[in-house]
Design a protein around this ligand. Structure first.
Ligand SMILES: Cc1ncc(COP(=O)(O)O)c(C=O)c1O
Length: 394
């Protein structure tokens, strides 16, 4: 079967592949600890589940408007006014099948063939592939470790050409957990405004911030960006709802209409009962969100201290999301591996811990380690890593 050039150009999601590998080993009875997960290990809070059951029982099982239920969009309008001090209308929102599809629709509606999108590396794996699927050109710019992996304005200026259409800002970042400060966002936002670049602001980890850190939306800092920015968010990470597939995009109504048009010919509306669940997520008590945040904070602090005591590993302390992103090049070299990818394979096979090598995030000297797992698993996994290092150092 001859496949399209479009699909030949993309690579499958490396994070999902590694989780699948760890699950497969586990299913065959091998005790692998997975530190590869990109999702909270908590169950969806009970009131949200109840809301979905109620919606199904009451017959809310039909198509909804493609762009989502009015009540849910109203709830998002209020959430944004409360959290970001930005005043939008329902016509500025599309509810989507996860934040991933909000991003997909954005690129489909925004890019012409050859349009360039600046993507800061390390990056979340789907950005580059989604840009390519829209016939755009990903322009990868490396965030430096000494600048907490964030792009400087100078780097953005250097990467901008007459073909640049957009830039992605993901703060807090997957995989690095870093957060752009208000000052940094202001500089970048004002530059994008001046150059007419769209800013795609992926804020999916906004609620998962630690040790007093605050994540601010670039649109809050530079409100004029409301015309040209796309805010991406959803309930997946904040409310432990990855499987329900509810995200959203906020943008100018013209872009939202175009995105809705694309959605109307692909997914149609996101699942009706999942939308009712998301409505409860945004309008009900936010106590469980804070409860989960605190659990992640405790794990981060424990895992970070333990990780940096392991030989060959260097790590900047993350401020958000639920990942550690250490430089492990030296660890791989010390144990006789020529690449972090080979070293990570040995970790699964010998130490029985699954991590994601940094290659897929555009940062081959690093690995991503998720602490969205129990404290017990974190302790055991890091003990195994330490033992592996000590027994293999050449
Ligand atoms: C940075 C980032 N953006 C978007 C998403 C997609 O979220 P969703 O599960 O809502 O599609 C993820 C999920 O891993 C992510 O890490």
């Amino acid at each position: 079967m001859e496949l399209s050039q479009r699909v030949k150009n993309i690579t499958p999601s490396s994070t999902l592949a590694i989780t699948a590998k760890a699950n497969e080993l586990r299913a065959s009875g091998i005790d692998v600890i997975g530190l590869a997960a990109g999702e909270p290990d908590f169950n969806t809070p009970e009131p949200i589940i109840e809301a979905a059951i109620k919606a199904a029982r009451e017959g809310h099982t039909k198509y909804t408007a493609t762009s989502g239920l009015s009540a849910l969009k109203e709830a998002i309008v209020k959430k944004i006014a409360h959290d970001n001090k930005i005043h939008i209308k329902s016509e500025n929102i599309i509810v989507t099948t996860g934040a991933k599809h909000a991003l997909y629709l954005t690129f489909q509606a925004l890019l012409n063939p050859g349009d360039e999108v600046i993507i800061p590396a390390p990056y979340w794996v789907s950005y580059t592939e989604q840009v390519k699927l829209a016939e755009g050109v990903p322009v990868i710019v490396n965030g430096l470790e000494e600048n907490d992996f964030k792009l400087s304005l100078e780097q953005i200026k250097q990467a901008t050409t007459e073909k640049t259409r957009a830039i992605i800002i993901n703060s807090p970042s997957n995989p690095t957990g870093m957060i752009y400060s208000k000052e940094e966002l202001k500089e970048i936002g004002e530059y994008c405004l001046e150059k007419g670049l769209a800013v795609i602001s992926d804020e999916i980890y906004e609620k998962l911030v630690y040790d007093g850190a605050v994540a601010t939306s670039i649109v809050e800092v530079v409100p004029e960006l409301q015309k040209t920015a796309v805010m991406i968010n959803g309930v997946s990470k904040s409310h432990a709802m990855t499987g329900w597939r509810i995200g959203y995009a906020v943008a100018d109504s013209v872009l939202i209409k175009a995105m809705t048009n694309v959605a109307s010919h692909s997914t149609s509306n996101p699942t009706s009962i999942a939308q009712y669940a998301a409505l409860e997520a945004y309008t009900g008590s936010q106590e469980s969100v804070e409860h989960m945040r605190q659990a992640f904070e405790g794990r981060l602090n424990r895992a970070y201290e333990r990780l940096i005591s392991i030989p060959g590993i260097r790590c900047i302390k993350p401020q958000g999301a639920f990942y550690l992103f250490p430089n492990v090049k030296r660890a791989a070299e010390m144990t006789g591996f020529s690449s972090v990818a080979d070293w990570a394979t040995a970790l699964v096979e010998e130490a029985k811990i699954a991590v994601v090598p940094g290659e897929g995030f555009g940062a081959p000297d690093y690995m991503r380690l998720s602490y969205a797992t129990s404290m017990e698993n974190i302790n055991e996994a890091l003990d195994r890593l330490h033992t592996f290092m000590e027994s293999h150092i050449k």
